[in-house]
Design a protein around this ligand. Sequence first.
Ligand SMILES: CC(C)(COP(=O)(O)OP(=O)(O)OC[C@H]1O[C@@H](n2cnc3c(N)ncnc32)[C@H](O)[C@@H]1OP(=O)(O)O)[C@@H](O)C(=O)NCCC(=O)NCCSC(=O)CC(=O)O
Length: 353
Amino acid sequence: VPQDVFAENLFRVTNSDHLPELKEKLKRICEKSGIEKRHFHLTEETVAAHPELLDRELPSLDTRVDMTADAVPKLAQCAAAKAIAEWGRPAADITHLVFSTYSACQAPSADLRLAALLGLRPTVSRTMLSLHGCYGGGRALSLAKELAENNRGARVLVACSEMTLVCFGAPDGGNIVGHALFGDGAGAVVVGAGPFLDGERRPIFEMVSATQTTIPRTEHALGMRVSGGGIDFHLAIQVPTLVGQNVEQCLVDAFRGAIVDDDDHGRWNDLFWAVHPGGRPILDKIDKVLMLEAEKLAASRHVLREYGNLSGATIVFVLDELRRGRSPLPEWGALLAFGPGITIEAMVLRCPR
Ligand SMILES: CC(C)(COP(=O)(O)OP(=O)(O)OC[C@H]1O[C@@H](n2cnc3c(N)ncnc32)[C@H](O)[C@@H]1OP(=O)(O)O)[C@@H](O)C(=O)NCCC(=O)NCCSC(=O)CC(=O)O
């Protein structure tokens, strides 16, 4: 859906045209979002067939769980099948699966369904990450690094699949920013720590070290809550400022002893950057605080423009965009993802030469 027609579409489909001021506000927000289009599983026909999705007072969790139980793992399958094909070994050689989503509300969950869809071995060791929100992709990669490094010969499939239909509803004052930002998508990565197997593709990125930091006393700034009417997002207006105030210390901690001196700000421009594009002002704050050159966050801005905020799956899209870039990347890079907590995942990356 192109972002410039999103507000008109949403208000028409949800019978909300009696709220013209709110519609104008959503239009203003869409214009400033840095997003040009997004992709959604939910169609107008599905919304028309399920009026309970529009009214928060009506119970709709059953409908949403039924729809996502199949669709979320199938979307993950599309991404995972591509990742496995590029990796070069059969799916049966995957030893571990880490699945991240905010759209799973049952057990067994989307990880088991994905394992069946891909034909993974019954002995595959599965981990489900639920409701980690936008840091889910960073957390899943970090966990995959631990699993790969601590289990000789392990090959870990990371799959992140997100669908906004769990939080879709008629627009109101509380959810208007979420309506403007989030989109659907899935990303997948195969992670290993050697020794190399026959036919296996050489790694594109190396995860050198990883840290997770929680910004104290910010648990109310960003969150999700499951209720009978679906999932509600809460995004406080202070989120970009809070991330901007804390991000450099997280990076200094992640890079301590790696390549950056504590007080050496200039070196940030020597890196390549994989930053979760939580919103345009978040990227602007990071640019400003780290004094980054204009093109450093180009991959993040590109993904935001083309897909919107895909929550946990977004960081995989950013890594994909980086590896497709025309010019070679610097040897060292940084990954950043943010989510409820407020939690900041920071990782030191390296492009093997
Ligand atoms: C909404 C925006 C596109 C607006 O852009 P600007 O801030 O540059 O523009 P602006 O200041 O003129 O704001 C335009 C209008 O949006 C309103 N506005 C801005 N942020 C708001 C918020 N968090 N909640 C409610 N309203 C908000 C302003 O009051 C203003 O209203 P009026 O026009 O009436 O005066 C941007 O602020 C944005 O992208 N914010 C989201 C950042 C964020 O929290 N991202 C995290 C996503 S969650 C994530 O990534 C992790 C996770 O979920 O786990």
